[in-house]
Ligand binder design. Structure first.
Ligand code: SAH
Length: 352
C-alpha cells in the first residue's frame, strides 16, 4: 500500500522524507508542491532530484476525490458527486457570489459519508451514516475547488463536522496555512447541528473561523423532533456552550434557521428565537427550505418568509435571508447522492 501524502502537515511530510533518508527540507518542498502549487504528480515537483521523485512515486501517492458527476445550475452553482478510494460517494457544491469587482466562489464540503445526526428534513441523515472522512478526503475537496478559484470554504455538505473533530481541525489547519493553501480564517465556516461538546473544544482552538449552528427551532419540543441531537444537548445546554464560545473567541456566531412551512415559522417560533438570541452576539440566517423529492416538508410562501424576518428585525435581531442557489439542480445537501442511489438520471447531468 502506498502512503497517501495529501492531508499530511508540514511536519508529517518532513518526517516522511527524513524516514526515506532525505533531508527534512525536502518535506517542505513537497508540502509547497501539494498545497501551494497543487500539482497532481511527483514528476511535476521539479525542484526535487529525479531520484527522490521516482522513489516517491514508488512508495507514496497523491489522491484527490474522483468527480463522478457534475451538474451546473443556471445561476452557476456547480454540484459535484465525488467518489472516494473505497468507492463511497460524497457531495460538494461550488457556489458563486457576485461581489464588487467580480465573482467569488465558495466550496461547500462534506466531513462524513452520510450523517449520524438524522435531522428530519435533511437528505444525508435519511440515507444513514457510513464513516468519517479522512483529512486527505476533506482537504482534497478544497484542492479540487481551488481549480474553480474558491476563496471560501463552508463545512455545510454531508455530515456533522464536530463529530469528526480531529480530521476537520487538521483540515482547517491546512486550509489556513500561509505557506500552503492560504485561505483566510474568516472565509471558513464550520456548521454544526449543535454538538455542544465540540463547540466547547473549538472555543479553545484560538481560531478566527466562523461557527454556524443549525438551530431551526428555539423550542425544545420541536427541536427534539427536527434535530434529534437536541435530546442530547437541549437548547439551554447549547446556549451555554455558545456563551462559553463567545467568551473565549469574541466571535459572532451564525444561527441557521431553515424555514419549514407550517412547522417553525409561527409567531411563537419567532418569539422563542428572539429570546434565544438575547445576550448572544449572533446573526440569524434564514434559509428557505430546498424541497426534497418525496419529502413531507415544504418551503413557505414569500409572505410567510418576509413576515418571519420582519418579526425578528423589529425585535432588533441581526437577520439575513439566504438567497436560494442551485434549486434547479437540487443543490441542498444529499440530494444528488439520494438521486443517484435511486437510480435517477437527470437531463443536464454530465457523466465523467
Ligand atoms: N451537520 C451540519 C452541517 C451540514 S448541513 C449542520 O447541521 O449544520 C448544512 C445546513 O444545510 C444545515 O443548516 C442544514 O440544516 C441545512 N439543510 C439541510 N437540508 C436542507 C434543505 N433541504 N434545504 C435547506 N437547507 C437544508
Amino acid at each position: 500500500m502506498k502512503t497517501e501524502l495529501i492531508g499530511m502537515s508540514l511536519t508529517e511530510l518532513e518526517d516522511f522524507l527524513e524516514a526515506m533518508g532525505e533531508k527534512r527540507f525536502r518535506g517542505r518542498q513537497v508540502y509547497r508542491w501539494i498545497y501551494r502549487n497543487r500539482v497532481r504528480s511527483f514528476a511535476e515537483m521539479t525542484d526535487l532530484p529525479r531520484g527522490i521523485r521516482e522513489e516517491l512515486a514508488k512508495i507514496a501517492c497523491l489522491t484527490l476525490p474522483c468527480i463522478l458527476q457534475e451538474r451546473i445550475s443556471e445561476d452557476g452553482t456547480r454540484k459535484l458527486l465525488l467518489q472516494l478510494k473505497d468507492r463511497k460517494t460524497i457531495e460538494m457544491v461550488i457556489i458563486p457570489h457576485q461581489v464588487t469587482g467580480g465573482t467569488r466562489y465558495t466550496a461547500c464540503i462534506s466531513s462524513q459519508v452520510g450523517c449520524p445526526v438524522r435531522c428530519l428534513f435533511c437528505a444525508p441523515g435519511a440515507s444513514g451514516f457510513e464513516r468519517n472522512l479522512e483529512v486527505y478526503e476533506i482537504v482534497g475537496q478544497a484542492l479540487l475547488g481551488l481549480q474553480w478559484g474558491i476563496s471560501n470554504v463552508v463545512f455545510m455538505g454531508m455530515g456533522e463536522p464536530l463529530l469528526n473533530y480531529q480530521a476537520v481541525l487538521q483540515t482547517v489547519g491546512l486550509l489556513i496555512d500561509h505557506q500552503g493553501i492560504n485561505i483566510g480564517q474568516r472565509h471558513i465556516t464550520i456548521s454544526t447541528a449543535g454538538e455542544a461538546r465540540g463547540i466547547r473544544w473549538l472555543a479553545r482552538e484560538g481560531l478566527q473561523v466562523t461557527l454556524a449552528v443549525s438551530l431551526h427551532s428555539a423550542r425544545d419540543e420541536l427541536r427534539d423532533v427536527l434535530v434529534p441531537l437536541n435530546r442530547k444537548y437541549p437548547l439551554a445546554v447549547l446556549r451555554e456552550a455558545l456563551n462559553f464560545y463567545q467568551g473565549k473567541t469574541r466571535r459572532r456566531v451564525t444561527l441557521e434557521y431553515v424555514l419549514l412551512d407550517k412547522v417553525n415559522t409561527g409567531w411563537e417560533d419567532a418569539q422563542a428565537l428572539i429570546r434565544f438570541t438575547r445576550g448572544l452576539l449572533v446573526n440569524v440566517n434564514l434559509i428557505p427550505y430546498n424541497e426534497v423529492e418525496c419529502g413531507e416538508y415544504r418551503c413557505p410562501q414569500r409572505e410567510v418568509i418576509d413576515r418571519f424576518k420582519m418579526w425578528l428585525t423589529r425585535a432588533g435581531v441581526n437577520v439575513t435571508l439566504r438567497e436560494e442557489k442551485g434549486a434547479d439542480i437540487e443543490a441542498a445537501c444529499g440530494q444528488l447522492k439520494t438521486k443517484k442511489v435511486n437510480g435517477g438520471q437527470q437531463e443536464n447531468t454530465r457523466q465523467r
